[in-house]
Ligand binder design. Structure first.
Ligand SMILES: *Cc1c(COP(=O)(O)O)cnc(C)c1O
Length: 768
């Protein structure tokens, strides 16, 4: 591992450390074989032994150490950094239990623990020789040599290294995941008191730090165990990441040799921790330490939803990390002096920009800490970056703000998951697109090539048949494979508006019932995703979708013109099976709420058309393909803001739109829950009285847009042209492009494109 470093010989040894509390890796076997170029060789070898490689692949557990987009982004970035030959490390936590397994029982989500390490993990290598002590609790002492953090309790951090192979470039990077391990002398008091058994039992308590992934997506839960984790993670990452810190200190003061990229604020305690090491251990002055810290750290923001922003109570920090809290206060002191210089006497602004929130329980605003402590702050799509520049810090430090539109790795999200389409593309334009995805534009002239359009259609049809067969096996539902596969898969969240999709389903149902002999474009609507176990409304949304499915699927009048399927346990491996079979991708978030989305990109790359709002990366997708190739509906960010200003009145839409009214009345009256008519009263109450995401305001535009989708689906040739133009326009959304931009514009690292495989090199090393 790490044998190839393309900066060897340079005077400065560059290292990028990507710090993330989540890595949503999925399976590794197929991806590893593909990136090493040995897939056909392995396939052939197993065949000779009378074995089927697909059966072997199906035995691997998903590494589900993430919740959704943020964790999957980190996984795509690791693939791209290795493929671009960057000397980059992914640092994270080795949760013993990943994201829970979702079962749907009687139309309800039930969570089961994800015991993914039960049969061992063949990809990891424990490195006990690099084990590190991490301090917690204790108090700070003033000494003649400066501040000293004493009487701490120690938990060890055991690193496990996982290989991250680049695509056919002889590079293998490392993902290092840390596991909490108790010390031998944890709580000696009990030993001395003679309670040996109690002492041994308590030992294991500290190992809870890395026991289980918190299953919240876009939601902050201020639990003490989590603070231990967000402080423990970066702490241990530091001794290492700084390679060590002494290395940063020794080299030029203007140019740290290490870049730390913070994936959201979750690892933002890295900032005070780096300061602590530089000052308390290395003996640097505040000014010198701060200069290095800011030049080393960069922060990626992933959301503007207020309920997702981390705000830790100072009382908790004081208890667990007293020295870090002191440092944060000092950072704030220097920061507010700058604010006062720039806006003299503006006390209101001081309050808004402070790292410390004084109203109610005193808290630290971690996004403010990350912005002040980083030389670069980026959003994850153009519109999101504009919004955070304007709202999150209101003008201060404006020159730090950048945009880095998210991307996905074309290795997993086309080559691996859709080999038939990948082959069809390679047949026409060669194989360079695998590492230079913008080469897909070469497909554009083929919109008039009826032979190629036919191949696109046939490929999609094959993928749909395979999925239909699988779903029939798993759920016993019969699916019409020539119906439109209309898919929305992502975490269940009010802002993602699965309820809007559900209201469309109900509207279609009502139309069929009102006109049983009418002609309708057959649809199979599939919705999948996990709800956070404590998120009551999200769980109700799942129940409603399942209840609607129950009614629709069993109504003989409807027949196979409409089917609704809840896809159980959506995860990386299921995404790989579903996305290649999609005709229509649903991206319905209220404008201004979805930072980027990456699911949208996976669908586009696999030739699904998108119905979506002008939100996140949907906007840039539209710019790439042209507005005529995507189904855009609903309010713009400006229109949403205007509606918020003038006041949103859900009832006015309810009164005005008869189809909307019928659908809401049905949900309200128990039409879909005859055994429990009150089942969905809470949902209706939210929609009518407290809807932060303005579903009714976009309902009419959404339904009309879906009518347009139906019209186009009846012209298969026109549809296939647009599908092709989607694929051909998706080059921008490669995570290779995203990572090259991070390299050039944040880390100061040039990606080594010349190390990528030459286009003429075979994709497989095939011995025939
Ligand atoms: C890509 C992906 C996501 C992110 O989907 P969005 O639609 O962008 O929220 C979530 N979960 C899994 C398993 C994914 O592969």
């Amino acid at each position: 591992m790490g044998e190839h470093c393309y900066w060897e010989g340079d005077e400065i040894q560059w290292r990028v450390y990507y710090l993330s509390l989540e890595y949503y890796m999925g399976r590794s076997l197929t991806n590893t074989m593909i990136n090493l170029g040995i897939q056909s060789a392995c396939d052939e070898a197993l065949y000779q032994l009378g074995l089927d490689i697909e059966e072997l692949e199906a035995l691997e557990e998903d590494a589900g150490l993430g919740n959704g987009g943020l964790g999957r982004l980190a996984a795509c970035f690791l693939d791209s950094m290795a493929t671009l030959g960057m000397a980059a490390y992914g640092y994270g936590i080795r949760y013993e239990y990943g994201i829970f397994a979702q079962k749907i029982k009687n139309g309800e989500q039930v969570e089961e623990p994800d015991d993914w390490l039960r049969f061992g993990n063949p990809w990891e290598k424990a490195r006990p020789e690099y084990m590190i002590p991490v301090n917690f609790y204790g108090r700070v002492e003033d000494t003649p040599q400066g501040k000293k953090w004493v009487d701490t309790q120690i938990v060890f951090a055991m690193p496990y290294d996982n290989p991250i192979p680049g695509y056919k470039n002889n590079v293998v990077n490392t993902m290092r995941l840390w596991s909490a391990k108790s010390t031998n002398n944890f709580d000696l008091k009990f030993f001395n008191d003679g309670d040996y058994i109690q002492a041994v039992l308590d030992r294991n308590q500290s190992e809870n730090i890395s026991r289980v992934l918190y299953p919240n997506d876009n939601f902050f839960e201020g639990k003490e165990l989590r603070l231990n984790r967000v402080s423990c993670g970066p702490t241990l990452q530091h001794h290492q990441a700084s390679g060590s810190v002494a290395q940063i200190v020794r080299t030029s003061s203007t140019l740290p040799t290490v870049a730390l990229q913070l994936n959201d604020t979750h690892p933002s305690m890295a900032i005070p921790e780096l300061m602590r090491i530089l000052m308390d251990i290395e003996g640097l002055t505040w000014a010198r330490a701060w200069d290095i810290c800011v030049k080393t750290c960069a922060y990626t923001n992933h959301t503007v939803l207020p309920e997702a922003l981390e705000r830790w109570p100072t009382s908790m920090l004081e208890h667990i990390l007293p020295r870090h809290l002191q440092i944060i206060y000092e950072i704030n002191h220097h920061h507010l002096q700058e604010v006062a210089k720039r806006w003299p006497g503006d006390m209101d602004r001081m309050g808004r920009m402070s790292l410390v929130e004084e109203h109610g329980e005193k808290r630290i605003n971690m996004a403010h800490l990350a912005i002040v402590g980083a030389h670069a702050v980026n959003g994850v799509a153009a519109i999101h970056s504009e919004i955070i520049k304007r709202d999150l810090f209101q003008g201060l430090l404006r020159d730090r703000f950048q945009n880095k539109t998210n991307g996905i790795t074309p290795r997993r999200w086309l080559l691996l998951c859709n080999p038939t389409l990948a082959d069809a593309v390679a047949e026409k334009i060669g194989e360079e697109w695998v590492v230079h995805l913008d080469q897909l534009t070469k497909l554009k002239p083929l919109v008039n090539d009826s032979g190629f359009l036919r191949i696109i259609q046939v490929t999609k049809q094959e993928n749909k048949m395979r999925l239909a067969k699988q779903l029939e096996q798993d759920y016993g539902v019969k699916i019409n494979p020539s119906s439109m596969f209309d898919i929305q898969v992502k975490r269940i969240h009010e802002y993602k508006r699965q309820l809007l999709n559900c209201m469309h389903i109900i509207t279609l149902y009502n139309r069929i019932k009102a006109n049983p002999g009418g002609s309708f474009v057959p649809r199979t609507v599939m919705i999948g995703g996990k709800a956070a176990p404590g998120y009551h409304t999200a769980k109700q949304i799942i129940r409603l979708i399942c209840s609607v499915a129950q009614v629709v699927n069993n109504d003989p009048i409807v027949g196979d013109r409409l089917k609704v399927i809840y896809l159980e346990n959506y995860r990386v491996t299921l995404a790989e099976q579903i996305i290649p079979a999609a005709d229509l991708s649903e991206q319905l978030s209220t404008a201004g709420t979805e930072a980027s989305g990456t699911g949208n990109m996976k669908f586009m790359l696999n030739g699904a058309l998108t119905i979506g709002t002008l939100d996140g990366a949907n906007i840039e997708m539209m710019e790439e393909m042209g507005r005529e190739n995507i189904f855009i509906f609903g309010m713009t960010v400006e229109e949403v803001e205007e509606l918020k200003r003038t006041g949103y009145d859900a009832r006015s839409y309810y009164d005005k739109l008869p189809e909307l009214r019928q659908c809401v009345d049905q949900i309200d009256s128990g039409f879909f829950s005859p055994n429990n008519p009150d089942q969905f009263k809470d949902l209706v109450n939210i929609l009518m009285n407290h809807d932060r995401f303005y579903l009714f305001a976009d309902y009419e535009s959404y339904i009309k847009c879906q009518d347009e989708v139906n019209k186009l689906y009846q012209k298969p040739n026109e549809w296939a042209k647009k599908a092709l133009l989607n694929i051909a326009s998706s080059g921008k959304f490669s995570s290779d492009r995203t990572i090259s931009e991070y390299g050039r514009e944040i880390w100061g690292v040039e990606p080594s494109w010349e190390k990528l495989p030459a286009p003429h090199e075979p994709r497989e090393t095939e011995d025939k």
